[in-house]
Design a protein around this ligand. Structure first.
Ligand SMILES: Nc1ncnc2c1ncn2[C@@H]1O[C@H](COP(=O)(O)OP(=O)(O)OP(=O)(O)O)[C@@H](O)[C@H]1O
Length: 798
C-alpha cells in the first residue's frame, strides 16, 4: 500500500472584504454626509469617481455585517481541522471599526465580533469530534507597541492605567527579556518568550481574550476616545491527535493523519492616523508615528507581493522592515489562508483616508498565499498502517464464511498490525514530548535571538540523549548540521546588519544630498554670470564718469576763478563718491566670484556624494542578492537534508514493520518446526518399529526358505509367503526412506531458523541506525543482507 503523497501547496489569493460602519453620533452632529455607496447585489464600493470590487462588502446597503463570520471566517476555522494555518486581519483608519469588527475590545461588539464567533465555532466543532480526536489548544496574545513586542497574557506583568496621559496598557517587569521574533529552519516565524496558555474550554479561551484586551494599550484621541495604540495579534493553536481504535469511517475525511497542527492569527491593527486630525501631541504623537511606520512597512510588503511583475521577478519583499511585517510573513504570501477586512467610515470628512484604505485593500487582493497541511512525517506512516488494517478488516468481513484457518491467520495479522500501530503511537508520543522538552530547554538557555530554532520531530529524536549515536561518525552528522545552521544564521545576521548599515549610510547620504538639492545649478550659474556682467557694466560706466569728471576738473583747475573753484569742489566730491562706488562694485564682484567658486566646489561635492550614493546602492543590491542567494542555498541544503531524514524515517518505519513481520514469521516457523519435530519423533518411532518388524520378517523369510528345503512338497504355500514378505519388506524400506527425508527436512529448517535469528540481529542493528536518522550502511551488515534474508524467508515459506 502506498503512503499518502504530501499535500501540495495550493495557491490561494488573500480574500478581501470591506466593512462599512454606520455614521457615528459625533459625525451626525457635525452633519457629515455618507459618501460611500455599494452597488446593489454586487461586492462593489463607490467613492466619488472611484469604484472598487472586493470579495465581499458588508454594512451600509451591502450584505449585513452578521453574515461576515459565515462567509469569511468559518471556512478558515474549518480549515484548521485539516491542518491549514489561517489569518484574519482588520485594517483601516483610526475609528473605522477594526476593534469592533474583530470583537477584541471587550466592549460593544465583543459578542458579535469575529474573534468570539471564531472561538464558538471552534469549540462547537471540537465537541462533535472529541470522541475520535484529542485536542490540545493554546492561545497567545501579543501587541506591537512602538516596535516592541509585548506579552498581553504574561501573568507576571501588571496592568497600568496612566491617568496623566489617559494611557492604559501593560507594564513589563524590569529585567524580563523582551519577546523575540525567530525564524525556524523551515521558514516558520515563531515568538520566543511569549506566554502560551493551554485552554480546555470556551470560557478559558474567552477569559484569555478578555484579560489580554484589558491589558492592551489604548488612549484617547480626537477621532476615537478609546483608540488602540498598538497592533494586537491573538493566536489560537490547534493540535489534533487521533485517538487510537476509532472505527469511524467519516473521520478519514476530517482527519486522515495521526497528528495535525494549525494556527489561527486574529489581527487587530492600530489605525492609520494623521496627527493633525487626531490632535495628538507628545507621547500620543510618537505612538502615531510608530503606528504609521508599521503600516507603511505593511503597505510596502503588500505592494511588493501584490505586483505580479515583481512577484514573477522574485523581487525582494521587505518583511524585515518592521516587527509587524515580520510577524505576518506567513500570513502574507506564505503558509496561511488569509482574509483581510478593510474597515471604513462612510463620512465625507474621512473620504480621503477611506479612499486610501480601499486602494490598500485592493492591492492586497493580488497577494498569493501557499497554504499547506501542517502534518507530521510520522503521521503518514501511521495512516498507511491504519489503511492496511482497515483493508484487512474489510477482507475479514468479506470472507465471513472463510475457513477457520484463514480467519485465524487474518486475526493474527490484525493483532500484529494493531500492536505495531500502538507501538508507533507510543513512539510518536515520546518524540513529541522530547520535542517539547527540547523547546523548553531552548527557551531557558536563550543562546541567541536568531540561533534558537524549533527542531522538527525527527531532529528532536536525533538530538535526544536516548538516541545518542554509538559511533563518533554519526554524531558528527548532527554536529555538522547544527554547525551549518549556526553558520547560516550568523551569516544572515551579519549580512542583515551590513544591509542595515548600508541603509543607514544611504539615508544619511541622501539627506546630505537634499541639502545640495533644491537649486538648479545652471540657473544659478547663469544668474551669477549675469549679475557679474551687470556689475562689470556698472563699474565701467562709473569709471567712465570718473574719467570724465577728472578731465573736467583738470580743465577747471586751468581756468581757476571762484565759480570754477566751486564747480571743481563739487566734481571732486562727486569723484570721491564715484571712487567709493567703484570700490563697492569691485567688492560685490569679488564676492560674486567667490560665491561662484563656492558653488562650483559644492557642485563637485554633490557629484561626489551622488557617486557615493550610487556606489552604496550598488553595494546594497549586491548584498540583497547575496542574502537571497545564501538563503536559497541554505533552503536547498535544508530541504535535501530533510528529505534525507524523511527517507531515513520512512525506512526506519519500514524496518520496524519488517522486524515485526520477521518476528511473526519466526514465530510461525517455530510452531511449524515444533510440529515437524513431533512428526519426526513419530516417524522415528515408526522406523524403530519397522526395523524391528523387518528383522522379524527376515527371520521369518529365513525359516521360510529352510522350510522349503525340508518340506519340498509345500512349494506354492512357501512362494506366496515369500511374496507377502517381500511386500512387507518394501513397505518398511519406504517408511525408512520417509523418516530419513523428514529428518533431513527438519535439519534444514533448524538451520534456517538459526539463520533467521542471525538476520534478525542484523535487522535490529540496521533499525538502530535508521532510528537515529542515519542512512544504514549498505555493505556487510546492511540492506543487501536484509534483502537476501527476506529472499530466503520467502523461499522457505512459499
Ligand atoms: N459597525 C459598527 N456599528 C456601530 N458602531 C461601530 C461600528 N464600527 C465601529 N463602531 C463604533 O465606532 C467607534 C470606533 O470603533 P473602533 O474602536 O472599533 O475603531 P478602530 O478602528 O479600532 O479605531 P482605532 O484604530 O483608533 O483603535 C466605536 O465607538 C465603535 O463602537
Amino acid at each position: 500500500m502506498e503512503s499518502p503523497p504530501p499535500t501540495p501547496a495550493e495557491d490561494c489569493c488573500v480574500k478581501v472584504a470591506v466593512h462599512i460602519r454606520p455614521l457615528l453620533g459625533d459625525e451626525k452632529l457635525q452633519a457629515c454626509k455618507d459618501v460611500v455607496s455599494v452597488v446593489p447585489n454586487k461586492p462593489q464600493v463607490q467613492l466619488g469617481t472611484h469604484s472598487f470590487t472586493f470579495d465581499h462588502v458588508y454594512g451600509s446597503t451591502g450584505t449585513p455585517s452578521s453574515s461576515m463570520f459565515e462567509d469569511c471566517v468559518a471556512p478558515l476555522v474549518d480549515g484548521l481541522f485539516q491542518g491549514y494555518n489561517a489569518t484574519v486581519l482588520a485594517y483601516g483608519q483610526t475609528g473605522s471599526g477594526k476593534t469592533y469588527t474583530m470583537g477584541s475590545g471587550c466592549k460593544d461588539g465583543s459578542q458579535t465580533g469575529l474573534i468570539p464567533q471564531a472561538m464558538n465555532a471552534l469549540f462547537n466543532k471540537i465537541e462533535t469530534l472529541k470522541d475520535q480526536i484529542q485536542f490540545q489548544l493554546h492561545v497567545s496574545f501579543i501587541e506591537i507597541l512602538k516596535e516592541e513586542v509585548r506579552d498581553l497574557l504574561d501573568p507576571n506583568s501588571s496592568n497600568k492605567s496612566d491617568t496623566a496621559n489617559g494611557q492604559t496598557g501593560k507594564v513589563n517587569i524590569p529585567g524580563k527579556p523582551p519577546i523575540q521574533i525567530r525564524e525556524t529552519s523551515n521558514g516558520v516565524i515563531t515568538l520566543a518568550g511569549s506566554t502560551e496558555c493551554s485552554v480546555q474550554s470556551l470560557k478559558e479561551m474567552a477569559d484569555c481574550l478578555e484579560h489580554g484586551s484589558l491589558s492592551r494599550a489604548t488612549g484617547s484621541t480626537n477621532m476615537n476616545n478609546q483608540s488602540s495604540r498598538s497592533h494586537a495579534i491573538f493566536t489560537i493553536t490547534v493540535e489534533q491527535i487521533r485517538k487510537p481504535n476509532t472505527g469511524d469511517a467519516n473521520l478519514n475525511e476530517t482527519m486522515g493523519d495521526e497528528y495535525l497542527c494549525a494556527k489561527l492569527h486574529l489581527v487587530d491593527l492600530a489605525g492609520s492616523e494623521r496627527a493633525k486630525r487626531t490632535g495628538s501631541d507628545g507621547m500620543r504623537f510618537k505612538e502615531g508615528v510608530h503606528i504609521n511606520k508599521g503600516l507603511l512597512a505593511l503597505g510596502n510588503v503588500i505592494s511588493a507581493l501584490g505586483d505580479e511583475k515583481k512577484r514573477k521577478e522574485g523581487a525582494h519583499v521587505p518583511y524585515r522592515d518592521s516587527k509587524l511585517t515580520r510577524l505576518l510573513q506567513d500570513s502574507l504570501g506564505g503558509n496561511s489562508r488569509t482574509v483581510m477586512i478593510a474597515c471604513v467610515s462612510p463620512a465625507d470628512i474621512n473620504a480621503e483616508e477611506t479612499l486610501n484604505t480601499l486602494k490598500y485593500a485592493n492591492r492586497a487582493r493580488n497577494i498569493q498565499n501557499k497554504p499547506v497541511v501542517n502534518r507530521d512525517p510520522m503521521s503518514s506512516e501511521m495512516l498507511k498502517m491504519r489503511q492496511q488494517l482497515e483493508c484487512l478488516q474489510a477482507e475479514l468481513c468479506a470472507r465471513g464464511g472463510g475457513s477457520p484457518g484463514e480467519l485465524q491467520v487474518l486475526r493474527e495479522k490484525i493483532a500484529w498490525l494493531e500492536a505495531t500501530n500502538q507501538d508507533l503511537c507510543r513512539e510518536l508520543h515520546v518524540y513529541r514530548s522530547r520535542g517539547i522538552a527540547i523547546d523548553h530547554s531552548e527557551m531557558d538557555t536563550k543562546v541567541d535571538d536568531s540561533f534558537c530554532e524549533e527542531p522538527d520531530v525527527l531532529k528532536r529524536s536525533m538530538d535526544s540523549s536516548d538516541y545518542q549515536m554509538s559511533e563518533g561518525g554519526d554524531s558528527g552528522v548532527i554536529d555538522e548540521e547544527a554547525a551549518k545552521e549556526w553558520e547560516h544564521t550568523l551569516l544572515q545576521d551579519s549580512m542583515d546588519k551590513e544591509l542595515h548599515e548600508l541603509n543607514k549610510r544611504l539615508e544619511q547620504k541622501e539627506s546630505e544630498m537634499k541639502l545640495f538639492g533644491g537649486f538648479d545649478t545652471m540657473t544659478l550659474k547663469q544668474h551669477f554670470g549675469k549679475k557679474i556682467m551687470e556689475l562689470e557694466d556698472e563699474k565701467r560706466a562709473v569709471q567712465k564718469e570718473r574719467d570724465r569728471l577728472q578731465a573736467e576738473i583738470q580743465n577747471l583747475s586751468a581756468t581757476s576763478d571762484g565759480q570754477t573753484q566751486k564747480l571743481q569742489d563739487l566734481h571732486s566730491h562727486k569723484l570721491k563718491s564715484l571712487e567709493s562706488q567703484i570700490q563697492d562694485l569691485k567688492k560685490k564682484k569679488d564676492s560674486q566670484v567667490q560665491i561662484m567658486k563656492q558653488k562650483q566646489k559644492s557642485d563637485e561635492e554633490a557629484k561626489k556624494l551622488q557617486d557615493e550614493i550610487q556606489f552604496i546602492k550598488a553595494q546594497k543590491v549586491q548584498l540583497q542578492h547575496k542574502i537571497k542567494q545564501e538563503a536559497e542555498q541554505f533552503r536547498q541544503w535544508k530541504a535535501s537534508r530533510e528529505k534525507e531524514l524523511l527517507q531515513a524515517c520512512i525506512y526506519y518505519c519500514h524496518l520496524k514493520k519488517e522486524g515485526r513481520k520477521n518476528e511473526y514469521e519466526r514465530h510461525k516457523l517455530q510452531a511449524l518446526n515444533q510440529r515437524q519435530k513431533m512428526v519426526l519423533q513419530r516417524k522415528t518411532e515408526e522406523a524403530a518399529m519397522a526395523t524391528k518388524r523387518l528383522k522379524e520378517l527376515l527371520e521369518a523369510r529365513k525359516s521360510n526358505r529352510d522350510n522349503t528345503v525340508t518340506s519340498n512338497g509345500n512349494g506354492a504355500n512357501v512362494q506366496s509367503n515369500e511374496k507377502s514378505l517381500q511386500r512387507w519388506l518394501d513397505h518398511e524400506v519406504e517408511v525408512m526412506v520417509n523418516v530419513h527425508e523428514v529428518r533431513h527436512e527438519y535439519e534444514k529448517q533448524s538451520q534456517v531458523r538459526a539463520a533467521l535469528a542471525e538476520e534478525l540481529a542484523v535487522l535490529r542493528q540496521v533499525e538502530e541506525f535508521a532510528s537515529k536518522g542515519v542512512s544504514p550502511p549498505r555493505g556487510k551488515n546492511g540492506f543487501s543482507r536484509c534483502k537476501q534474508f527476506y529472499f530466503n524467508l520467502f523461499y522457505i515459506l512459499f
